[in-house]
Ligand binder design. Structure first.
Ligand code: SF4
Length: 361
């Protein structure tokens, strides 16, 4: 039976372990390199991430400490290692996996996505020895005549020599049902555990290639591609009757509204300052005052407006003083002149993206 999960996604049999923690926003997303041997037309990576860069969630990584700090801030229960192809920087990837296991313990569940192009036995052994729990293969399924695809498919067999969970991860591309079905059968014959299917979505970088191939978004408000979800469901129904794999159809809605929101809420609890309110969506809401001379403004707020110092924080980099929303509302009424007051809402993430800014009269 295909069942709907509480996270707006669909499954056959049990959810893969890597997905179970991920849907609840409990996994750190560790991006170990943008390098990749492939060039998929649907690749969603931003221009910046197409380079050899490392990120822990949104935080650029310069050292191991950046990774552990980000994991602590979100109370991560595990990590999903992604790229690019993390195996394109194997030593680095293995080092990070080992370090996460050493720091957070054996039960910190780690899964990794790879094309399979570099998955020789020797390379896989390095990941296994580092402590990897689950590996997911995304071969060049829609280019079956390419040399790379043949290498990837041969390499996938190597993964079954190790005691970890092996599965597949592919996008649901309208018109490609036969290829998807072939891959499900291939994995099943090898004794794999699961196949995770992603609803196709456009991003800034793949939009043109997706439109050129005739695909269209389901609406003006959504980045999901028409027909992808239905095709994924068709595969799950077929797979339920014809294979013993577990399936998970991961929807655009799951990623936007459930997984991200859960991760934001977990992080917000740890990073919110006393003057910030945590919203339902996991964003931080507070008041700010902007003025050319922050020290002068601070003095004015403390000495003349008599705002307790513990309610104020000078954020020099952003050129503002932060405070509780209620204080900003009162001050906006009371203070005249060039000081500008706003209520802002920000992601609690490292990049602190501002999602709302309301000017106060
Ligand atoms: S394998 Fe993944 S990272 Fe590499 S090009 Fe394809 S979609 Fe992008």
């Amino acid at each position: 039976m295909v069942w709907e999960t509480p996270y707006f996604s669909y499954a056959v049999r049990d959810l893969p372990k890597g997905c179970r923690l991920c849907v609840r926003g409990e996994k750190l997303v560790l991006f170990t390199t943008g390098a990749c041997p492939r060039d998929c037309f649907y690749c969603p990576l931003s221009e910046r991430r197409r380079n050899d860069v490392v990120y822990a969630n949104e935080r650029p990584v310069k050292s191991l400490e950046d990774i552990t700090e980000e994991a602590l801030l979100m109370d991560a229960k595990g990590a999903g290692v992604t790229g690019g192809d993390p195996m394109a920087r194997l030593e680095r990837t293995a080092e990070y996996i080992r370090a996460l296991k050493e720091t957070f313990g054996e039960n910190f569940h780690i899964h990794l996505y790879t094309t399979g192009a570099l998955a020789t036995k020797k390379n896989l052994e390095k990941l296994y020895d580092a402590g990897l729990d689950e590996i997911r293969f995304h071969p060049d399924l829609f280019n079956p005549d390419s040399r790379l695809f043949k290498v990837e498919i041969e390499n996938i067999r190597n993964a079954f020599d190790f005691d970890w969970d092996v599965g597949g991860e592919i996008p649901s591309i309208p018109g490609q049902f036969e290829r998807m079905r072939w891959y499900a059968g291939f994995l099943d014959d090898l004794g794999a555990k699961f196949l995770n299917v992603n609803e196709l979505e456009f991003s800034n970088t793949n939009l043109r290639a997706i439109l050129e191939r005739g695909y269209r978004p389901i609406s003006d408000e959504s980045s999901a591609i028409r027909g992808s979800l239905e095709l994924g469901l068709k595969l799950l129904e077929w797979g339920e009757g014809n294979t013993s794999l577990s399936y998970h159809l991961c929807t655009a809605k799951l990623k936007d509204s459930v997984q991200l929101r859960n991760r934001l809420r977990r992080t917000a609890k740890n990073v919110a300052k006393p003057y910030m309110e945590i919203t339902e969506d996991g964003t931080l809401r507070f008041g700010i005052a902007e003025y050319d001379d922050l020290d002068e403004l601070y003095e004015l707020l403390v000495e003349e407006a008599e705002v307790p110092e513990e309610w104020l924080y000078i954020h020099r980099k952003k050129g503002r003083i932060e405070m509780p929303e209620e204080v900003a509302l009162e001050l906006a009424d009371a203070i005249e002149g060039d000081v500008r007051f706003f209520i802002v809402e920000e992601y609690p993430t490292f990049d602190r993206i501002e999602v709302e800014r309301i000017p106060l009269p």
